[in-house]
Design a protein around this ligand. Structure first.
Ligand code: AMP
Ligand code: GLY
Length: 430
């Protein structure tokens, strides 16, 4: 069968890498892909957000399945465009992708369906927002969030009234996130440890994936600005079996059911960003897609063929599947360009990739790379995701960092402490 993957990041390289291993797949395309993807699939130079062109291409090659990585094409309605043309796609409709595309919609949806969440207030005008800041009913700190997509930068945690006012001013008056800041959501600050929980859904049934923990801040010790994610470990060792059950029962299953009830049948990957609070898991945010770099750590551990799952999800006929996972944990370390996330440098040559080709337990997923002649060059902030498996978490982490030691590019930086919470948990006496 012919499969098309849409997107150009590390997540898409991980998906292409996994799909490539399926005996069902004869032709594999990626729009637009990157230098790593190009080694294992045919890259077509169509931007992921050009949804009509992507659909035209899928129609021309008669793609049997299309899988979408990033949120923007989802929110722009790529799912609906494909369905209208009767082309199979594993991607939520525009209406279903609202769960990621609008934080106000997502919070109000969670209230309607009793899904564990922080207290929140949606402010639709500058006056409302400033009145909220004056009262600060949740105390400090709290989260100020732009309603719409803001490339992962739309959340500001504020400690004082002046900071809250500045955040409101930036979003609603200066409009730094454009129309995404027309509404904002104020949220109670949740304390605990974060975890990412992803599941395949066909709109009714749900098949959960292995748990994973991301590291959002740019610098060691969870310092510095929020990023798209600097590294992941899977499984998330803070999730015991009872927590897994609660997340499914209290969050994932009611969300899929609630979306169906509201006429927004969710066919795709539901990704819940959760805070494990003292009262149990609560939703920080929902995404309508695979996480990046969550997908890298997850794909490295997935033993089952992913293609039937994607196909069944697209057809609305997910079976009673249980995914088989490698017992070995995985760790993905993101190598980023100086200046990320604000203004990353680009155009530097990446060295050392060849030397890792034969490391069976390590995969280097490309993100912001392109091939120029014989060289691989950086084209954005998150350049590579070096991902390793290990007999236990310590060895997966150690192996990933050992591999990182072989790669270099001008201005390369990465966190040295991916998995630090999981490691300290292991070292703590029981
Ligand atoms: P979001 O844009 O909603 O994904 O938030 C980005 C990051 O901000 C999350 O990964 C959390 O680390 C933090 N965050 C967001 N909302 C809250 C909240 N209500 N309480 C505590 N931390 C939060
Ligand atoms: N790693 C966070 C995200 O994909 O949104």
């Amino acid at each position: 069968m012919k499969v098309l993957v849409v997107g150009n990041g590390g997540r898409e390289h991980a998906l292409v890498w996994k799909i490539r291993q399926s005996p069902l797949v004869t032709e594999l395309y990626c729009a637009p892909g990157n230098a790593g993807v190009a080694e294992i699939a045919d890259c077509v130079p169509i931007d992921a957000s050009s949804i009509v062109e992507v659909a035209d291409f899928a129609q021309t090659i008669k793609a049997d399945l299309t899988v979408v990585g990033p949120e923007l094409p989802m929110v722009l309605g790529i799912g609906d465009e494909f369905v209208r043309r009767d082309l199979p796609i594993f991607c939520p409709s525009r209406g279903a992708a609202e769960i990621e595309g609008s934080k106000a919609f997502a919070r109000e949806f969670m209230s309607r369906h009793n899904i564990p969440s922080p207290r929140y207030e949606v402010c639709g005008s500058l006056e409302d927002a400033l009145a909220f800041v004056d009262k600060a009913p949740f105390g400090y700190p709290y989260a100020v969030k732009a309603d719409g997509l803001a490339a992962g930068k739309g959340t500001i945690l504020v400690e004082r009234a002046e900071e809250a006012k500045a955040a409101v001013d930036q979003m609603m008056d200066k409009k730094i996130f454009g129309s995404a800041g027309a509404k904002i959501v104020m949220e109670e600050f949740l304390r605990g440890e974060e975890v990412s929980f992803l599941a395949f859904s066909d709109g009714a049934r749900v098949v959960p994936m292995a748990s994973v923990q991301d590291h959002k801040r740019a610098l060691d010790g969870d310092q510095g600005p929020n990023t798209g994610g600097m590294g992941t470990v899977s499984p998330a060792t803070n999730l015991r079996l009872d927590a897994h059950k609660r997340i499914m029962q209290e969050i994932i299953v009611p969300t899929i059911a609630g979306m169906a009830k509201e006429g927004r049948r969710f066919q795709g990957v539901l990704y819940a960003g959760l805070m494990m609070t003292e009262e149990g898991p609560k939703v920080l945010e929902f995404n309508a897609r695979f996480g990046d770099p969550e997908a890298q750590a997850i794909m490295a551990r997935m033993r089952s063929d992913i293609v039937p799952l994607l196909q069944q999800g697209a057809a609305g006929q997910l079976g009673e599947t249980r995914i088989e996972w490698a017992k070995e944990p995985s760790c993905c370390v993101v190598l980023a360009s100086r200046g990320y996330p604000e203004s990353p440098e680009t155009g530097h040559v990446v060295k050392g990739l060849e030397s890792l080709k034969d490391w069976g337990d390590v995969v280097v997923y490309h993100a912001a790379t392109k091939k120029e002649g014989d060289e691989v060059k950086t084209v954005g902030g998150r350049v590579l995701g070096v991902t390793a498996l290990g007999a236990n978490l310590e060895s997966a982490i150690a192996r990933a960092y050992e591999a990182v030691g072989h790669i270099s590019f001008e201005g390369m930086f990465y966190r040295k402490d991916i998995g630090h919470r999981a490691l300290s948990r292991l070292q703590r006496p029981r």
